[in-house]
Design a protein around this ligand. Structure first.
Ligand code: FRU
Length: 527
């Protein structure tokens, strides 16, 4: 009890992020673990309590490591730790003890981690190179005193592959000499041509690049921002990529935007350009969106993915700061997106990032149902033995033969709660309408708007892939050309999926329904 009260006091004084306030309570487990309503069945969630951004992603000795912003004492944001999990296949996760705890320098905010293979930091040995985590120390006393230099960059190292962490005695390694209030989320990449580590961090409305030979002594290189754009940037990531099917090489800069994303609130964006070891030059004037939905934030990529694999793999936080802290889950809050593979595609001299769920995900498919040649008029309910809240749909529409002005997919339950995904040819857009996804209106922002993304209808075919879990839908159009992630919290699970066509017919070449297995067994352990 004392602990609960202390936690409540601590959180209410220090820990209320972005003015979301809520009574702190330790919630009783109403249903058995991993069987709770809204508990994702194949997305990563912490067993209990609060999670936000993915942090410190790296691959090492057969394991993908996932760290995350974690507050172990409550289901709202509070003093940040790094939670930790690992996986062999990016699907099944083993929860591990907390990796980094707040200390006298502050809370442990977001950042990255790399394998220092050549022991450049000398924090390990050549035989046992260290893993180095880069993170922000956020000092609460400094924040309260409005010192403006309360965010500084620090490192920690692990000599056993990432299980035990030692904070570097000389922290911070990048002080905040310019006193920039928002100065955080350092992520590191190796820059082969200059044989240096490059660190990118968010500094209010821009990113800053630094270089180091040893991950400890950092030299400032340059800034990158958009002229006149004053939005807050967070969680940057920088990495080189090959253009699919060519030897052409580009640099990708990912930046999460904390306000006024296309569908309001937070979202992840990217720039494509050149990085010469000092300066990043974007080849596009404004950023593009990695995901048009409301619920893919702070997306970053795994470091050290084996060369013979060669994929760019990443994951995002499947929520939005507008309502993350008040969504109706009781034991835990927030899930990650599915791990995704990014590819860089060039079409008519325009570069874009495509994203798809990792191919390993197909291992969760059960006995599939294939439907060929459907003419949808009005509404057709999809029948078969699958759960509408744990399924993947892969639908190919013949746009030339489709006469309907709009067509789509609807998930619903007997209470009339629903989410509608609509493709509107006249508007040249897709819409995701979750305004009626629950009668429990837990947040104004969550239910306020119908969300949309621009989409072309000129091609002969359109492929729509939906991955539906207990509280989310991830939509991938035309092999990842566009992705759109939305979360929802119906009072009872959605149990019906129907296909819709308005003012005409929708011609479907084929639709595959793949029931999806849970990654948890009935005892709440990994399957
Ligand atoms: C992004 C973010 C980061 C920060 C972390 C704190 O969601 O605001 O910029 O490091 O969350 O939890």
């Amino acid at each position: 009890m004392i602990l609960i009260v202390m936690t409540a006091i601590f959180v209410s004084i220090f820990g209320c992020k972005k003015n979301h306030r809520e009574e702190i309570a330790i919630h009783p487990r109403t249903q058995s673990l991993y069987q709770e309503i809204h508990r994702p069945q194949f997305h990563f969630t912490p067993e209990s309590n609060w999670m936000n951004d993915p942090n410190g992603l790296y691959y090492h000795k057969g394991k993908y490591h996932l760290f995350y912003q974690y507050f172990p004492d409550s289901i709202v944001w509070g003093p940040m730790h790094w939670g930790h999990a690992e996986s062999n296949d990016l699907l099944h996760w083993k929860h591990l003890p907390i990796a980094l705890f707040p200390d006298s320098l502050g809370y442990i905010f977001s950042g990255g981690a790399i394998v220092d293979k050549n022991n450049t930091s000398k924090l390990g040995t050549n035989d046992n190179p260290p893993i180095i985590a880069t993170f922000t120390h956020h000092n609460i006393a400094g924040e309260k005193a409005k010192t403006n230099d309360f965010q500084k960059q620090s490192i920690a190292y692990s000599l056993d592959g990432g299980y035990e962490w030692i904070k570097y005695a000389g922290n911070p390694v990048i002080p905040n000499t310019q006193k920039i209030k928002d100065f955080r989320d350092p992520k590191v990449v190796w820059h082969e041509p200059s044989q240096k580590w490059i660190l990118v961090l968010a500094a209010y409305d821009r990113v800053k690049f630094y270089a180091s030979a040893n991950l400890i002594d950092w030299e400032f290189l340059s800034d990158f921002g958009i002229e006149g754009d004053k939005r807050l940037w967070e969680c940057p990531d920088l990495f080189p990529m090959n253009v699919v099917g060519t030897n052409e090489h580009k640099w990708v800069l990912i930046v999460s935007i904390q306000k006024n994303a296309p569908n309001d609130g937070t979202a992840t964006s990217y720039f494509i350009g050149e990085f010469d070891g000092t300066v990043f030059k974007s080849e596009v004037e404004n950023q593009e969106w990695l995901d048009w939905g409301t619920d893919n934030y702070a997306f970053i990529t795994w470091n050290n993915v084996p060369k013979d694999d060669g994929r760019i793999l990443g994951i995002g936080w499947m929520s939005n700061w507008q309502y993350a802290q008040i969504v109706p889950t009781e034991n835990w809050r927030s899930a990650m997106t599915l791990p995704r593979e990014l590819t860089l595609v060039k079409s008519k001299s325009k570069y874009s990032l495509h994203s798809l769920p990792i191919r390993e995900f197909q291992a969760l498919r059960g006995a599939s149902i294939a439907l060929n040649q459907l003419e949808i008029i009005g509404e057709k309910v999809l029948e078969g033995s699958f759960s509408a809240s744990q399924v993947e749909l892969d639908i190919t529409v013949n746009l030339k033969k489709t006469t309907a002005n709009s067509f789509g997919i609807k998930l619903q339950n007997e209470l009339g709660e629903n989410i509608l995904i609509k493709f509107d040819k006249r508007e040249g857009k897709m819409f995701v309408d979750r305004t009626n996804s629950s009668t429990h209106k837990f947040s104004e922002d969550f239910f306020k708007n119908i969300h949309s993304a621009p989409i072309g209808f000129e091609k002969e075919k359109m492929n729509i892939r939906l991955i539906i879990d207990a509280a989310s839908v991830e939509i991938f159009i035309n092999n990842g050309e566009l992705s759109f992630t939305s979360i929802f919290f119906p009072s009872e699970e959605f149990n019906t999926i129907s296909l819709l066509a308005n003012d005409g017919t929708c011609n479907i070449i084929n639709a595959e329904i793949h029931p999806l297995k849970s990654i948890w067994n009935k005892k709440g352990e990994e399957n």
